[in-house]
Design a protein around this ligand. Structure first.
Ligand code: FAD
Ligand code: NAI
Length: 475
């Protein structure tokens, strides 16, 4: 096996494995090193996203949504279910199978693209503009060289001080995806993306879920109108979210966790939970890279410092994904990975940060791209807004899921789309049209004039675009 590579990628998550595939497609002799182990100690490439993130969470969101439909909404469709039961072991097993299919898929893609895969930890030994020596510590230890290095070592869950993750009672995303018995009372600290998604899963499966959030506003980064609507809908489902709290002591007992906190009125509170998920954000992972040994610069928050092109301070060393600034999203990591491989090949890879979509996979889903109304106000941009409720959409009525709306924000003068915000059924799929439109710098009028299939949820997108000009047809 060759030990001298054109490109070595450290980390096999969505940033790293995609960068490796693109580099190989461009003709580089490429290796990818990833240390993630499956339960048998074998390789499990795909990083956080595949193993304890996007993929398993969406598998459990889907399963728990089916369960909730069967127990609550099938009856509305005239489907009577008797003797409905939950086999959590099977549900978790299915989730694990989905994860393994993705791990295996990546190993297959490496073979197909002739990317050499190393299972182990990669760390810098030494190097300069002429190349780098990288140690791979796995079942055995070996040394490889690279002309170009792409670091894609991802992120880890951030713990609260004094409340280390034991993954039994105090859970990070890893434990939150593997609870073997539905807890009666589940506490969640942080009403961010993970808190809402995992809180939804376990509430649907029968847990009484209380989410404790430090900020006084719900989903502060989301368009306010959409966030308010989402808050109302999630509360109606029974997800309790307490805003403006200050977390105090957290004590894990033998079978439960006690959380002391101060509520938004300043009153001292004590809550006892069977399990506690802590989802207060993630920290970049540079453990074991020997960044300091080779002088790889980190910023003040521990991210690898990069410029707009993902170049680090070291010649021919790049970094992408969660370990660098910007949103911690799998598709952002992938786009950066592709762009870097293309830049190494002398091409002009580009990531448009203005058109990166966000999706929160609650039910209904929340998705957006571009600016929120509050951002436009703060920036002093003159805009027009148009909204359309799913209540007035025929397909949504047929589905029996009429909650939420689509909202367009367009420049008051040019009509260029500046932001699109959706809370509603299949928002994760609907948002793509808005991303394409914004990438092509379309106007709201462009979307309003495009023929959308009937009956489809996407007609709500068209109608919201029409509403920008106050001429929605069905509302
Ligand atoms: P990672 O996926 O973290 O991969 C890094 C890899 O590098 C890991 O395999 C790690 O073991 C390996 N590694 C680290 N150091 C070394 C080393 N020295 N040597 C060898 N290997 C090393 N994003 C979305 O876009 N959509 C979602 O629906 C979504 N859902 C999520 C749900 C949860 C519960 C969580 C926690 C995250 C979710 N994310 C989602 C975020 C997404 O998982 C991350 O943004 C994405 O995984 C980042 O990719 P990455 O390649 O930068 O890093
Ligand atoms: P987050 O940043 O989305 O949310 C963290 C929340 O915790 C915030 O609301 C914050 O105000 C709150 N918080 C912080 N400190 C707190 C404290 N001491 N007490 C109470 N609340 C506190 O982070 P989260 O949910 O951990 O997810 C990490 C990242 O993973 C996300 O930002 C996202 O980038 C990614 N992710 C993406 C998903 C998706 O795309 N669907 C799904 C899950 C995660």
């Amino acid at each position: 096996m060759s030990k001298n590579f054109d490109v070595v990628v450290i980390g096999g998550g969505p940033g790293g494995y995609i960068a490796a595939i693109r580099a190989a497609q461009l003709g580089f002799n490429t290796a990818c090193i990833d240390e993630w182990k499956n339960e048998k100690g074998g390789p499990a490439p795909g990083g956080t996203c595949t193993n304890v993130g996007c993929i398993p969470s969406k598998a459990l969101l889907q399963s728990s949504e089916h369960y909730e439909h069967a127990s609550h909404s099938f009856a509305d469709h005239g489907i009577e279910v008797k003797g409905l039961g939950l086999n959590l072991e099977k549900m978790l097993g299915r989730k694990n199978t989905v994860v393994k299919q993705n791990n295996d898929g990546i190993l297959y893609l490496f073979k197909k693209n002739k990317v050499t895969f190393f299972h182990g930890r990669g760390s810098f030994v030494k190097g300069d503009a002429n190349g780098y020596e990288i140690k791979v510590a796995g079942a055995t230890e070996e040394s490889i060289t690279a002309k170009q290095v792409i670091v894609a070592t991802g992120s880890n869950a951030r713990a609260l001080p004094g409340a280390a993750f034991d993954e039994e009672l105090i859970l990070s995303n890893t434990g939150a995806l593997a609870i073997t018995e539905v807890p009666k009372k589940l506490g969640v600290i942080g009403a961010g993306v993970i808190g809402l998604e995992m809180g939804s899963v376990w509430r649907r499966l029968g847990a009484e879920v209380t989410v404790l959030e430090a900020l006084p506003t719900f989903l502060g980064a989301v368009d306010e109108q959409i966030a308010k609507e989402a808050q109302k809908l999630l509360a109606k489902q029974g997800l309790v979210v307490n805003l403006g709290v200050k977390i105090g002591d957290i004590k894990a007992g033998k079978k439960d966790v006690t959380v002391d906190y101060t509520d938004d009125k300043g009153n001292a509170q004590k809550a006892v939970f069977d399990k506690l998920i802590v989802s207060i954000g993630r920290t970049p992972n540079t453990t074991g890279l020997n960044a300091e040994g080779v002088g790889l610069k980190l910023d003040e928050r521990g991210f690898i410092a990069v410029d707009g092109e993902c170049k680090t301070n070291l010649p021919n060393v790049w970094a992408v994904g969660d370990v660098v600034r910007g949103p911690m999203l799998a598709h952002k990591a992938e786009e950066e990975g592709v762009a870097v491989a293309e830049r190494i090949a002398g091409q002009h890879g580009h990531v448009n940060f203005n058109t990166i979509p966000w999706v929160i996979y609650t039910s209904p889903e929340i998705a957006w791209v571009g600016k929120t109304e509050q951002q436009l106000k703060a920036d002093g941009v003159a805009y027009k807004a148009g909204t359309f409720p799913f209540l007035a959409n025929g397909r949504a009525r047929a589905l029996g899921d009429t909650s939420g709306m689509v909202k367009f924000l367009a420049d008051a003068t040019t009509d260029e789309i500046l932001g699109v915000h959706i809370v509603g059924p299949m928002a994760s799929e609907l948002i793509s049209e808005a991303v394409v439109a914004m990438e092509f710098r379309a106007s709201a009028e462009d979307i309003a004039r495009i023929c959308h299939a009937h009956p489809s949820l996407s007609e709500a997108t068209k109608e919201a675009a029409l509403a920008v000009d106050k001429r929605a047809l069905n509302f």
